[in-house]
Design a protein around this ligand. Structure first.
Ligand SMILES: [Zn+2]
Ligand SMILES: [Zn+2]
Length: 398
């Protein structure tokens, strides 16, 4: 089959590799009909998340048709059309039973690697997301092996288009969980969202669906801010205005009641803290550049929530804990417990509250994926979200 392969830091390419096979009776094989490139794939491309190996297949946002099931699989059958959550969960361990699917104790066989790097217990295994998260082959491929097939895959009606449901695999639940974690008080609370990438877009629209009185999205890319405005948010371009002053003014001096950091460890931004983060990250002295998180803490209203769907790893420097403590802020973070949100979000899609395909800016075949990784990373061509069809024939060159 064809697959998108990590070939070294900064380099991905299409290669022909063996088709996946069932390894355990609880596995299924899915023929991928649509797959997407995620912002967090860029952390892998650039080697910010360690433990990638040459030959790894990327991709954790995919859907398709079940073409083979192991002997112990009960809920799925060949021919079912499914979306597959990006995190892999066993469904029976203590965290899974409590709905904490992204903290599954059983799905990451390499948990000791993650523990050695982060100094704490590991979360769940993830598709296409480095060896410290299990070394599972990803879904930017024509086929993928799906472990714990009775737990993750979620059946989709034939009446729904791929583009309407594909983002249930990650970015929609991720943005939604970030908004849920804010505990929004309907028709009162103002929510600021840092980062108008795909997760920020879904966080902003989710906050409005959950009743926020106002949502303010902060970014520096005009096309992304425009998309947020189309979804009902107000916006701040932090390259044109002082973001902390603007947030103060737009909230009557109170500050946003909740702040969502949808940027994570590769924040841009400016000021001495940002420069120091960048220098240290280049030298591998720190994992994270935390400008967005600093702004989130500094701007948030007293007693508010700082909700962090953006990915962090390792240790962070110069975090304004004094300000957070003085204001009594609540911190909520972590990988998304994707499985938990599939029913409610499917109802929102079917009810017409949201059509997640709004976020797609690029559609292509898998062969174009290496080029589109660069386009997306460099934020060229107004790229916000790329969806790939692994079966589309390459365009003949002119
Ligand atoms: Zn993703
Ligand atoms: Zn589990």
């Amino acid at each position: 089959m064809k697959a998108l392969i990590w070939q070294g830091t900064g380099k991905v390419g299409i290669e022909t590799v063996p088709d996946p096979t069932l390894l355990l009776p609880t596995d299924a094989i899915v023929r991928v009909s649509s797959t997407a490139i995620c912002g967090s794939d860029l952390h892998l491309l650039d080697g910010v998340i360690p433990s990638m190996e040459k030959g790894d297949i990327l991709g954790h946002e995919f859907m398709g048709e079940v073409v083979e099931v192991g002997s112990a699989v009960r809920k799925l059958k060949v021919g079912d059309r499914v979306i597959v959550p990006f995190n892999i969960a066993c469904g029976v361990c203590d965290p899974c039973k409590r709905g904490l699917y992204s903290a599954c104790d059983n799905s990451n066989p390499n948990h000791r690697m993650a523990e050695a790097l982060y100094g704490a217990v590991s979360g769940a295994g993830l598709f296409g997301y480095s060896h410290m998260y299990g070394g599972y082959a990803g879904g930017q491929a024509q086929f993928v092996r799906v472990p714990f097939a009775d737990v993750g895959p979620y059946k989709v009606d034939s009446g729904m288009r791929d583009e309407q449901v594909l983002f249930l695999t990650d970015i929609f639940p991720t943005g939604y969980q970030a908004a849920v974690n804010c505990g929004i008080q309907r028709d009162r609370d103002v929510v600021a969202v840092f980062g108008a990438g795909p997760v920020g877009q879904f966080a902003a629209r989710s906050a409005l669906m959950l009743g926020a009185a106002k949502v303010i999205v902060v970014d520096r890319i005009p096309a992304r801010l425009k998309m947020a405005e189309d979804g009902g948010a107000e916006t701040i371009n932090y390259e044109q205005t002082d973001v902390l002053v603007a947030l103060h003014e737009m909230t009557g001096g109170r500050g946003p009641d909740h702040v969502i950091d949808a940027v994570g460890l590769e924040a841009h931004g400016h000021g001495p803290g940002a420069l120091m983060d960048t220098a240290k990250q280049r030298l591998r002295l720190t994992f994270d550049r935390i400008t967005a998180l600093r702004w989130a803490i500094m701007s948030c209203a007293k007693g508010g929530t700082v909700s962090m769907p953006g990915v962090y790893g390792g240790l962070v420097d110069k975090m304004p804990m004094g300000a957070a403590f003085a204001k009594g802020l609540i911190f909520r973070m972590g990988q998304t417990h994707t499985h938990r949100f599939l029913d409610p979000l499917m109802r929102h899609i079917q009810g017409g509250d949201i059509d997640p395909s709004f976020v797609i800016t690029h559609r292509a075949g898998l062969d174009d994926a290496p080029q589109l990784y660069q386009t997306f990373r460099d934020k060229q061509d107004h790229c916000i979200k790329v969806v790939l069809d692994p079966w589309k024939e390459p365009q003949a060159a002119d």
